[in-house]
Design a binder for this molecule. Structure first.
Ligand SMILES: *[C@@H]1O[C@H](CO)[C@@H](O)[C@H](O)[C@H]1NC(C)=O
Ligand SMILES: *[C@@H]1O[C@H](CO)[C@@H](O)[C@H](O)[C@H]1NC(C)=O
Ligand SMILES: *[C@@H]1O[C@H](CO)[C@@H](O)[C@H](O)[C@H]1NC(C)=O
Ligand SMILES: [Fe+2]
Length: 433
């Protein structure tokens, strides 16, 4: 009993020790968005990058007769182009999804607003393609969920322009309750239908039903189809893509990552394909952090770090963004648990606003490689100005708006004379290291 109280008291001290000047408001309830249109009206519309110059438009209808067709053009109300894609759906126990439409459109011009309509009728949407050159701005938010805090984070994301959203896992927190995937799709639609959203999976996407139903990632893979084939990946759980001078690697914390696994071999081939003159910046996203001084989820990313950190290090990846821990924590450049000027900056940004609340307690004393940590909801911005300079900022949610609580100028490792990429001779695809 005494030890328990000591422990609780210590936790209390640790909690209050983190950024005492900011009083955090209490938990906020779940918000569930209903569909207000007709059965044939598109819902849960979202767009993603789908290979150079292409966008994938995804949406859901309950009406089976709606065609997977997107009409689009550069002028409001005038859709002189159109493309047709595919319809899919899935069953999950007693739940049957609506018709899930995926349509690839393009080639599109960079930095251009397109107006579009889904399924031949219904409301007009619009998105803007990312620019082909710097500057480019990414919004980064993990572990979103669908609470009032998520609403707050999303409103801050939408309040300032950005080109592409990056999400390092844990989207809906449906946790097998499939209609929650639909309400999540509706909640994010105003944002995800206007800018490409690029996601990778978290533990809440797994949704395996042991014995009865073994298909993991059923809802995630069907609804949030990412352009994995364009980067020669064989799985929606890991892939890469390029935006205006940045090569972005989306890794799968819940796909096999061991040396010799498909993901590992794909990653080695992917980093070998990077041309730093064309994409001076390289970023990676994954869910379970490799560096973490929070008591939540300790060590969960360790096996993946041991397997893959060397590959990212030798490729001179500039930064790694992770989620899972519901707090913000930024590390210095690190490799193999030590500060290393040629290693990536690691940042945990698992504080989008999910229903599980914040991870309040950090180990003390703070490890020297951890630069800034705070258990608050928020999102981040990564503005890449040019081939050498990018600015990272973390925007904490507060009741009146958002507040920049942490920021950092990043210099690309491609420009560093001391950190030349270590070329690993390309081996044949089948070779086990
Ligand atoms: C569609 O309209 C745009 C102008 O809004 C024009 O530039 C483009 O050539 C047109 N495309 C076709 C296929 O007619
Ligand atoms: C890159 O952008 C940074 C920040 O705006 C600026 O200080 C620097 O001079 C720029 N470098 C080049 C080569 O334009
Ligand atoms: C909350 O955010 C606003 C900006 O929207 C800022 O002026 C204010 O200082 C912030 N308050 C706290 C406590 O961080
Ligand atoms: Fe998670």
């Amino acid at each position: 009993m005494v030890t328990l109280f000591t422990h609780l008291f210590l936790l209390f001290l640790l909690t209050t020790a983190a950024s005492p000047e900011y009083t955090r408001p209490g938990p906020r309830p779940l918000v569930l968005r209903q569909h207000s249109g007709s059965d044939s009206d598109p819902q849960q519309v979202h767009v993603s990058l789908s290979g150079k110059g292409y966008i994938r438009v995804s949406w859901i209808t309950s009406d089976k007769n709606v065609q997977p067709t997107v009409q689009y053009g550069k002028t409001r109300g005038k859709y002189n182009l159109s493309a047709t894609g595919e319809i899919t759906s899935y069953h999950y126990l007693f739940y049957k999804s609506g018709q899930i439409h995926h349509v690839r459109i393009g080639p599109l011009d960079p930095g251009t607003t397109y107006y579009y309509r889904c399924g031949g009728s219904g409301p007009e949407f619009h998105f803007r393609t990312p620019p082909s050159a710097f500057p480019v701005e990414f919004a980064v938010a993990g572990d979103l969920g669908q609470t009032e805090w998520t609403v707050s984070t999303l409103s801050h994301i939408g309040a300032r322009d950005y080109d592409v959203l990056l999400l390092p896992g844990d989207l809906s927190y449906a946790d097998m309750d499939q209609p929650l995937w639909d309400s999540f799709g509706r909640l994010v639609e105003p944002y995800a239908s206007t800018r490409p959203w690029m996601v990778t999976q978290g533990n809440h996407e797994v949704e395996t039903l042991p014995v009865v139903y073994r298909n993991a990632f059923m809802a995630y893979n069907t609804r949030w189809l990412m352009p994995y084939r364009a980067s020669k990946s064989t799985s929606n759980l890991y892939y890469s893509f390029e935006v205006a001078g940045a090569h972005i690697i989306m890794l799968g914390s819940y796909a096999d990552f061991y040396i010799g696994s498909d993901q590992y071999r794909w990653l080695k081939a992917d980093v070998a394909s990077i041309d730093r003159r064309r994409t001076p910046w390289v970023f990676a996203l994954l869910h379970a952090p490799w560096y973490n001084s929070n008591f939540a989820h300790r060590g969960e990313g360790e096996a993946m770090r041991v397997a893959m950190e060397e590959v990212l290090y030798k490729a001179r990846v500039d930064a790694v963004f992770t989620g899972h821990v519901h707090a913000y924590e930024r590390f210095t450049r690190v490799y193999n648990n030590k500060a290393d000027v040629c290693g990536p900056v690691h940042v945990t940004i698992g504080d989008g606003g999910n229903r599980e609340g914040l991870a309040n307690s950090f180990e003390n004393p703070r490890p020297s490689i951890s630069v800034y940590r705070e258990p608050s909801f928020g999102h981040a911005r990564l503005r890449v100005f040019n081939s050498t300079h990018a600015h990272w900022s973390w925007h904490r949610n507060n009741d009146t708006g958002s507040f920049v609580a942490d920021e950092l100028w990043l210099e690309s490792l491609a420009a560093s004379k001391a950190c030349k990429p270590i070329r690993v001779p390309s081996k044949s695809q089948n070779e086990e290291p």
